[in-house]
Design a protein around this ligand. Structure first.
Ligand SMILES: Cc1ncc(COP(=O)(O)O)c(CNc2cccc(C(=O)O)c2)c1O
Length: 291
């Protein structure tokens, strides 16, 4: 069984419990990060923690650990479980308070670090590519809930994921209120068109994904031109290649949208090149874990 970090202590899974009065449970009032570690190093840990603190600040959540203490909590939890490769789920909730959504009645936020593994898609989906469906469920307007806050409010994404699966796919393309492509339910989206890679600007309503930033770096290294531009379903239908990026998914081809093949209907050469470059980078850089 796993050892879990909970509010300052590393405890066995069976003891890792939170109160039913925790506002993270009652209202989804909290933020989280999904982080991978490869070969004894945590990949892009600093960027993930920076985003965690930015999400917390955005919802006025006071994090009881400073940056260094949070980094140590992550590294200690991985070491306690003696894992060299895996996935970290790091969450901060508003903490326990009376029923009623007033966050000012929650005196202390709760911090949970789970070190485990995650496999979002089977290997064959990386070999053959994902089937995608355009979701009717839109990404929320920044005026409603900022899509840039990685909060515990994932019902929007979950409802879209349901639509993708019900529609015979594995992943869903989510549009914003204007009908432009924002991202997918749990990852960012890129297309290759006439020798140029295009991806929605963050302002289109997607999460400012860390794997998206890595892909942009890798494309620059490859000398492939990239443009952040509003995309519609037309652009995906007429693209030569499409790939998704996310900590859980890593880099994975999208080969079908709404029952229409994208390009050859198989993962394209640029996508395959990026997958290899990403793997090499992820297995050779990152914050070392001391066991
Ligand atoms: C809505 C959304 N958009 C993009 C990403 C990719 O961002 P990063 O490159 O920083 O990871 C995410 C993160 N993706 C994510 C997080 C947690 C769980 C799952 C899941 O599909 O179970 C997916 C996400 O949840």
């Amino acid at each position: 069984s796993l050892l879990i970090y909970l509010d300052g202590n590393i405890v066995p899974e069976s003891e890792a419990k939170i109160s039913v009065f925790d506002h993270g449970l009652l209202y989804g009032d909290g933020v989280f990060e999904g982080i991978r570690f490869y070969n004894g190093r945590v990949f892009r840990l600093t960027e993930h923690l920076e985003r965690l603190y930015e999400s917390s600040r955005s919802i006025l959540l006071n994090v009881p650990l400073n940056f260094e203490e949070m980094e140590k909590a992550v590294l200690d939890t991985i070491a306690a479980n003696n894992l060299r490769d895996g996935y970290i789920r790091l969450l901060i909730t508003r903490g326990v308070g009376p029923l009623g959504l007033n966050p000012y009645q929650c005196p202390k936020a709760s911090v949970v670090v789970i070190a485990s593994s995650i496999s979002l898609y089977p290997q064959e989906k990386y070999d053959l590519g994902l089937t995608m469906v355009t979701c009717a469920t839109r990404r929320p307007s920044p005026a409603a809930l900022s899509p840039q806050v990685k909060s515990l409010n994932y019902l929007n994404n979950i409802m879209a994921k349901i639509e993708a699966i019900q529609g015979g796919g594995e992943e869903g393309v989510m549009l914003n209120e204007q009908g432009f492509v924002a991202e997918c339910t749990g990852d960012n989206i890129f297309i290759l068109k006439r020798g140029e890679v295009l991806t929605p600007p963050i302002a289109a309503g997607g999460l400012d994904g860390i794997t998206r930033r890595v892909a942009i770096e890798l494309l620059a290294e490859l000398g492939v031109p990239l443009r952040e531009v509003n995309l519609t379903r037309h652009d995906i239908f007429t693209a030569e290649e499409c790939f998704l990026t996310g900590t859980a998914a890593e880099v994975i081809a999208g080969v079908m949208l709404d029952r229409r093949p994208i390009g050859t209907g198989k993962p394209g050469p640029l996508t395959k090149q990026l997958v290899e470059k990403f793997k090499a980078l992820a297995n050779s850089t990152g914050t070392p874990i001391t066991y």
